[in-house]
Ligand binder design. Structure first.
Ligand SMILES: NC(=O)C1=CN([C@@H]2O[C@H](COP(=O)(O)OP(=O)(O)OC[C@H]3O[C@@H](n4cnc5c(N)ncnc54)[C@H](OP(=O)(O)O)[C@@H]3O)[C@@H](O)[C@H]2O)C=CC1
Ligand SMILES: O=C([O-])CC(=O)C(=O)O
Length: 267
């Protein structure tokens, strides 16, 4: 039985907790959330059969078998870095945070200090195993196209490019490198960052982002070429009702990764 602490308890966290309740091989003992939402989360978890303790910090003497982050970029700095340095293995979904200059190196240094590992989860995208294996033989190009319903781009620089409420047709709102995409669209940069880390890096991974008034899905397309040959992937992710910016597959990716740590066969 693995004891797990979860950082964040929003759309991904709650979705994962619901599914993990059915797994006898692991148990989420605690969730860590900002102080202002502690009471609300406690109420939300009250109906669970085994409600986790709701905390605002990981106690200094806590030694969970795994820590899983489903919170956001700031939580990496606040909770993941110190946990790694204390030797707690961490799984991370806010991979876009690693686009910040120097953060990946600091996470690596903290993991080395603690003698542990950090695992970056594929989240909303697939094919990371193939891309990262292809990198071994040498990659020539990786192009990522992210297409989301117009409303999913609210609160981003796309609002200055087009009228998201009155779009008639699919509109390209960004074209450039994954590094530029991460700076302009940090909350939508997880997939681009994950593909970059697995493949050609932030500067050589090409990104196109599209606001599509006719789409009800988060569509991720990847085209990769290299010594291995090539692949084209189209993933049509259903958005979570609780947060339309997030695809449901991200929840399943968390559950799969935790299960792989707990079960005798991992796949
Ligand atoms: N890798 C991938 O493919 C994907 C990654 N993501 C990333 O996953 C993360 C979570 O997404 P989602 O669940 O949809 O987001 P939500 O906004 O629904 O939930 C985030 C949760 O984390 C909590 N939180 C925020 N900051 C902190 C902190 N510093 N410490 C502890 N808890 C914190 C929030 O609390 P409060 O409500 O009080 O702010 C909330 O409970 C985001 O960073 C998102 O970018 C999302 C989709 C795909
Ligand atoms: O589809 C999703 O869940 C999220 C997404 O595009 C991203 O963060 O890159």
């Amino acid at each position: 039985m693995l004891n797990i602490t979860m950082i964040g308890c929003g759309a991904i966290g709650i979705g994962a907790l619901e599914l993990l309740e059915k797994d006898p091989d692991l148990r989420v003992d605690a969730v860590v959330v900002p102080a202002e939402s502690q009471e609300l989360i406690r109420q939300r978890l009250a109906s669970f059969e085994r409600p986790p303790t709701v905390l605002t910090e990981l106690p200094a003497d806590a030694r969970p078998d795994l820590l899983v982050e489903c919170a956001g970029h700031r939580a990496i700095e606040q909770h993941v870095l110190p946990a790694l340095a204390r030797g707690i293995p961490c799984l991370v979904v806010s991979v876009g945070a690693l686009s910040e200059y120097g953060l990946a190196e600091r996470l690596e240094a903290a993991a080395r200090e603690g003698g542990t590992r950090i695992e970056l989860l594929p989240g909303a995208i697939g094919g990371i195993d193939a891309l990262s294996a292809a990198k071994v033989g040498g990659l020539e190009s990786v192009l990522y196209t992210g297409r989301k319903p117009a409303g999913a781009w609210k609160g981003t620089p796309a609002e200055q490019i087009c009228d998201l409420d009155n779009l008639d047709e699919a509109t390209v709102i960004f074209q450039g490198s994954a590094r530029e995409a991460a700076i302009l669209y940090p909350k939508n940069a997880n997939v681009a960052a994950t593909l970059s880390l697995a493949g050609l890096g932030l500067d050589r991974t090409e990104v196109q982002l599209i606001a599509d008034p006719h789409s009800s899905e988060n569509v991720h397309q990847v085209e990769a070429r290299g010594a291995f040959g090539g692949f084209e992937l189209t993933l049509r992710g259903k958005p979570l009702a609780a947060n339309p910016k997030t695809s449901a597959l991200t929840v399943y990716s968390v559950v799969r990764a935790l299960g792989n740590h707990a079960h005798a066969i991992s796949i």
